[in-house]
Design a protein around this ligand. Structure first.
Ligand code: ATP
Length: 444
């Protein structure tokens, strides 16, 4: 087996399209720029990424609880948070072809990357990234609402309610997963930057003065999450924001970046020290007391907040790229053949077990169905009947299925099946009635 060079984003886009993982939305109408639909395998992948995040951030901890707040919140939330005034990117337009760019993403002293003319740019102006819509049947400005551009504000406005009902004491966190919307000036790079995306955010409330330490702690935890799920350490790095990059609420921010092929180092996740900015802003605008009383020390204070914030799509894309491998492997004939394999961590793989009868023979299919039924209650299972077994192995390798279970004519005699492991391609023959416990052990 020889591993080959690094995969291109185009090869990943093709694989995703060919296998129905993720593809352009509304395609029968020509698509909608930068909107994507997740097919059967893509949905499973997304759920797995979210599940792994939730497990590590909420279920395995005693100091973080979950929340699901509304996508559409009171517009006052976005005035208080500063998003109405400052959640914008600088937009510059080429006066020749009228293509628009983020002024902070291109060099304005150069000709337009689209038409090659100029440079001749309009003066950059601030463009607010929030999607605005109307609530209810009357379309006037008093009914204007926004689709949330981040999930975080839900945790801030619900802080006191969640703290009191869950009886958590500081330090503790509130986590949320859900859709966010940003009217990005230049979406693109496949699912890296879209206008509708999913976020996984956790606001960790700490006593002022302990914030730097807690931020270091969360940076370490989040780096460990990627490593635990098998991300190549050389493709990940941590970068601290310069003073000119910091958001209006941030004291210090680190980005976890991934070295995307063709794009270079780009943000997967941000871990910000948001200070007491948001809670104080909401206290001021709402007139409510949003402070915390520590009954041990008899102190009342507004907590500081450490926020690890990540999308679902960016790490998912990074996991696909990172696990993609092209190898030469012996085919049934003994000849070397190219095999594409996603060496995804088992927990991320969209299908866990594939059951493959050696052929469509009428005696084999019912046994395969019986085997699949045995496994399905515990693992996402696919049964694939058509094509040569070699081809079906390749199809499963390409989507990262950790185990293929083959039913052959001997199975009819000895009640045994062959289990093939994805990465080593090693095969083991075991009894059908031992399969469930065998897999349980392998998936541990
Ligand atoms: P960028 O600088 O790339 O625009 P950001 O710094 O504005 O990103 P944050 O506000 O920190 O992003 O959002 C937290 C996370 O949400 C990001 O790290 C990223 O994973 C995800 N995210 C943000 N915007 C988008 C988008 N338009 N499409 C997909 N994911 C996004």
């Amino acid at each position: 087996m020889h591993a080959m060079g690094r995969v291109s984003i185009e090869a990943i886009v093709n694989l995703c399209k060919r296998r129905g993982i993720v593809f352009p939305s509304s395609e029968i109408y020509g698509g909608l720029r930068s909107a994507w639909d997740w097919g059967p395998l893509g949905v499973e992948l997304k759920r797995n990424v979210k599940e792994q995040w939730w497990r590590s951030m909420v279920h395995l901890r005693d100091d973080v609880v979950g929340l699901e707040s509304s996508v559409i919140m009171s517009p006052k939330v976005w005035e208080a948070s500063g998003h109405v005034a400052t959640f914008s990117d600088p937009l510059a337009e080429c006066t020749n072809c009228h293509k628009r760019y983020r002024a902070d993403h291109i060099d304005l002293s150069r000709p337009c990357p689209h038409c090659g003319q100029g440079p001749s740019w309009t003066e950059p102006r601030e463009f607010n990234l929030m999607f605005k819509t109307n609530m209810g049947p009357v379309e006037d400005s008093s009914d204007a609402v926004y689709l949330r551009p981040e999930t975080a504000q839900g945790m801030f406005v619900d802080f006191s309610t969640v703290q009191q009902t869950s009886r958590k004491r500081i330090p503790f966190g509130i986590a949320q997963q859900g859709k966010s919307f940003r009217n990005e000036i230049t979406p693109g790079n496949f699912v890296f930057r879209t206008r509708e995306f999913e976020q996984m955010e956790m606001e960790f409330f700490v006593k002022p003065g302990t914030d730097d330490e807690w931020q270091d702690y969360w940076v370490e935890q989040r780096m460990a999450w990627y490593a635990d799920l098998g991300m190549t350490s050389g493709n990940l790095r941590l970068r601290e924001h310069g003073a000119d990059e910091l958001s209006h609420y941030a004291k210090r921010t680190y980005d976890i970046e991934y070295d995307f092929p063709g794009m270079g180092w780009s943000e997967l996740e941000g871990i910000a020290n948001r200070t007491d900015y948001d809670l104080k802003a909401h206290a001021k605008h709402s007139g409510q007391d949003i402070s915390y009383f520590d009954s041990d020390t008899q102190e009342r204070y507004v907590p500081y907040v450490i926020e690890p914030a990540v999308g679902v799509e960016r790490p998912l894309l990074a996991f696909l790229i990172d696990s993609y491998s092209e190898e030469e492997a012996p085919a049934a004939s003994g000849k070397l053949e190219k095999r594409v394999v996603l060496k995804l961590d088992k927990r991320l793989a969209p299908v866990k077990v594939a059951v493959l009868p050696l052929s469509k023979h009428a005696d084999l299919v019912p046994v395969a169905e019986r085997v699949a039924a045995l496994v399905r209650a515990s693992h996402v299972t696919d049964i694939d009947i058509t094509g040569s077994v070699g081809k079906r192995y390749r199809r499963q390798d390409e989507i990262g299925t950790p185990f293929c279970v083959t039913v052959d004519f001997e199975s009819l005699e000895d009640d045994q099946i062959t289990v093939r492991e994805r990465d080593s391609m090693e095969q083991e023959r075991i009894a059908i009635n031992e399969l469930a416990s065998y897999l349980a052990k392998r998936f541990e």
